[in-house]
Design a protein around this ligand. Structure first.
Ligand SMILES: [Fe+2]
Length: 350
């Protein structure tokens, strides 16, 4: 202990009363992300944990409250702060036949990834309905009216991915209910995909919003692209075959703050250890396999199967291996990090 320790302590105590603090007593900017990232790699089992637990809520929460019938995935390292990773929110939502989630809008951007459903459930975004099927990727942009309904049979489950922690860091959190349960429809179902989803656009129409004009990316179409491209057998050793969902008017990410991907890893393939600053949430659609994550004694192997959800925090090395062919959906904060100039990756030991 230094001989003036008591004087220092008194100084720090006085500083606190003046709303200042001594930077030299902290490690505000540590040398590596592992010294500040508190989120841990973790998997939520859909069939055995998430699905039955959320189904149980079906008897507790009325249909009209269905927009809040969501189980938030809490990362064990983040102390119940409603985050799956440092910068991302994830929730699992259930909608039962005949239920509706009333129209509302909010400043955080949301994605929906459909995990289970037999048809008939829809999301209306900005006046356009999209019927949802498992594997579909749907966006509800910032400050855009949206509501959900279910005219079919059987429960629907989807993952909600939002940028809430990023928006919270800046502060401008807004939420508003629409005056009625349903926001008015302005266009027929499938309109935006017809306008912008075929490498064409209406000749005199321009689109200048930061998000994609396409609200729903059907799995059928995206899956077919993977099947077509696999014929090249050009596998990325770190990702297999991985495609990003884009805004067709810019070629950039479909959402301004969240990147979303669909990835095919062929039978028996083992990706090599990969390290990236982006925080990533995966949900396998087809196939089974394992996530090998971390270094040294802290390395873990986590088995995954379709419909599970697992999270890989910033800058933790990981690789994926599969049994048969596997297809995984994932979303991350990559596009936001790229805009801030902080995204990086490390392939192998380079
Ligand atoms: Fe919402």
């Amino acid at each position: 202990m230094s001989d003036n320790q008591a004087a220092r302590e008194a100084y720090y105590a006085k500083a606190a009363t003046l709303n200042v603090s001594a930077l030299w007593t902290t490690r505000l900017v540590p040398p590596l992300p592992k010294d500040s990232v508190r989120a841990v790699p973790f998997l939520w089992d859909f069939d055995n944990v998430l699905r039955p637990t959320l189904f149980e809520a079906g008897g507790l929460i009325t249909a009209h409250e269905a927009n809040r019938r969501v189980l938030t995935l809490e990362n064990p390292g983040l102390d119940g702060s409603h985050r799956i990773l440092e910068s991302l929110y994830a929730g699992l939502q259930m909608l039962l036949p005949g239920e509706c989630a009333p129209a509302h809008k909010h400043s955080p951007s949301a994605l929906r990834f459909i995990i289970e459903g037999q048809g008939g459930a829809w999301t209306a975004v900005s006046g356009e309905k999209s019927y949802m099927k498992p594997g579909d990727f749907v966006i509800t942009p910032s400050d855009t009216w949206h509501d959900h309904g279910h005219d079919g049979d059987g429960p629907y489950f989807w993952m909600d991915g939002l940028d809430i922690p990023m928006i919270a860091a800046f502060g401008p959190m807004f939420f508003e209910h629409y005056a009625e349960d349903r926001a008015p429809l302005k266009r027929p179902a499938g309109d935006s995909l017809a306008r912008y989803g075929a490498n064409m656009r209406p000749v005199n129409e321009t689109w200048s919003k930061p998000e994609s004009p396409i609200f729903s990316y059907p799995y059928e179409r995206s899956r077919e692209v993977l099947e077509q491209l696999r014929k090249n057998e050009e596998w990325d050793p770190y990702a297999g075959l991985k495609l990003a969902y884009i805004n067709p008017t810019t070629g950039g990410s479909a959402m301004p703050t969240i990147s979303a991907f669909l990835q095919l890893i062929p039978k028996g393939f083992k990706t090599e250890f990969y390290q990236t600053t982006e925080n990533t949430v995966f949900s396998p659609i087809e196939g089974t396999g394992r996530l090998i994550v971390g270094e040294g004694d802290a390395q873990k192997t986590i088995a995954w199967k379709p419909r599970d959800i697992f999270a890989v925090p910033c800058w933790i090395p990981y690789r994926l291996e599969t049994d048969g062919d596997a297809v995984l959906f994932s979303y991350s904060d990559r596009v936001a990090q790229e805009k801030l100039g902080i995204w990086r990756e490390r392939r192998g030991n380079s």
